[in-house]
Design a protein around this ligand. Structure first.
Ligand code: ADP
Ligand code: MG
Length: 326
């Protein structure tokens, strides 16, 4: 768009906040398009996520954390595909040019990008209600991407890290019902919501090991449901095995924690399936990636997900899963 923003307009804003080296791109920010080269034998993995204020994040969210999260949710999609993230573009609609806000946002984005060696190669900037759209480009050896449709009867179902923290963090911030966590535990949950850690190393380590994978953005039950639908199978999941953090474990029986554990969104863990014979390989992959993994159930014939409690009784899952047009 034409520069109509604050000091130096749009171009000044980009130069001040979003121009940093992209040595692995043939051409980065500054021209009409970036030029990128994928290594021979690799496929390009592409994913986009749009974050809108009031829908995906609360008004007044810390800008550094928002910069981190807007890239993290995209890195998480690369992780879920087993792809190595390489480049990103960033489209921003801003109600006004606030250099302090933009500086902090760019710092949060850049810190996480550096950690995952992801280069910012372009974007767009316009005036409008605060929204952030990141597109990410990654590489994966041809044919080795982790897709949703490969789960087979008898496979084990695994999940990384812990579930439900982010949903409880959101409840704490919005004043929704939540267990009476201490200050440390509350901080942990809010940090899980605002600064998710994408499981990129785990996704890469699971190439050739996992039969299907996705990232848990909408809630475990809803997201695993996508793998089951795409693979044409069912699953039996033991609710008590769904991993809880030290922050939530003391409140495991609280109704909000039970619901968040199986249905809470925004955790950005990986849920994946693997043949039972690959269990050791799964544990080695987790060890390589420095992430915990938990086997939570099994893929079964038929359709649908059965959630059972500690006594083996079927419980009706809080299906969760945010549907913007539902
Ligand atoms: P165009 O008029 O072709 O849309 P722009 O003036 O919007 O080009 O952008 C100029 C350059 O700055 C382009 O290389 C574009 O990719 C980059 N750019 C614009 N906004 C951003 C942003 N928010 N983050 C990173 N790069 C950006
Ligand atoms: Mg533009």
């Amino acid at each position: 768009m034409a520069g109509r923003g604050g000091t130096g307009g749009e171009f000044g804003l980009i130069a001040r906040h979003f121009t940093w080296p992209a040595p692995s791109a043939d051409l980065g920010i500054g021209d009409d398009a970036a030029l990128l080269r994928v290594a021979p034998g690799m496929q390009l993995a592409v994913s986009t996520d749009l974050l809108v204020e009031g829908t995906h994040f609360l008004r007044g969210t810390d800008p550094a954390r928002l910069g981190h999260k807007s890239l993290a949710v995209n890195l998480s999609d690369m992780a879920a595909m087993g792809a190595t993230p390489r480049w990103a573009t960033l489209a921003l609609a801003l109600p006004a040019v606030d250099d302090d806000w933009l500086g902090a946002f760019a710092d949060g984005f850049r810190a996480l990008a550096g950690l995952h060696r992801t280069e910012l190669v372009g974007g767009d900037t316009t005036r409008g209600p605060l929204s952030i759209c990141v597109t990410i480009f990654g590489e994966v050896p041809a044919g080795q991407a982790l897709r949703r449709e490969g789960a087979r009867e008898g496979d084990e179902v695994w999940v990384s890290g812990t579930l439900g923290d982010a949903a409880i963090g959101l409840a704490l911030l919005t004043g929704a019902p939540a267990p009476a966590l201490g200050p440390e535990a509350a901080r942990h949950c809010i940090e899980r919501l605002e600064s998710p850690q994408p499981r990129v190393a785990l996704g890469i380590a699971l190439r050739g090991v996992a039969s299907a994978a996705l990232d848990v953005s909408d809630g475990f039950v809803a997201d695993l449901g996508h793998i089951l639908d795409r693979s044409g199978v069912g699953a039996r999941i033991e609710r008590e095995r769904l991993p809880l953090s030290a922050a939530l474990a003391p409140f495991a029986q609280a109704p909000e924690v039970q619901a968040a554990r199986s249905g809470g969104g925004d955790d950005y863990e990986l849920c994946f399936t693997a043949p039972a014979t690959a269990a050791d390989a799964v544990r080695r992959a987790a060890c390589t990636a420095g992430v915990t993994v938990t086997q939570v159930g099994r893929v079964v014939a038929g359709r649908g997900l059965t959630l059972v409690d500690g006594a083996g009784r079927t419980v009706v899952p809080d299906r969760g899963g945010y549907d913007h047009f539902g």
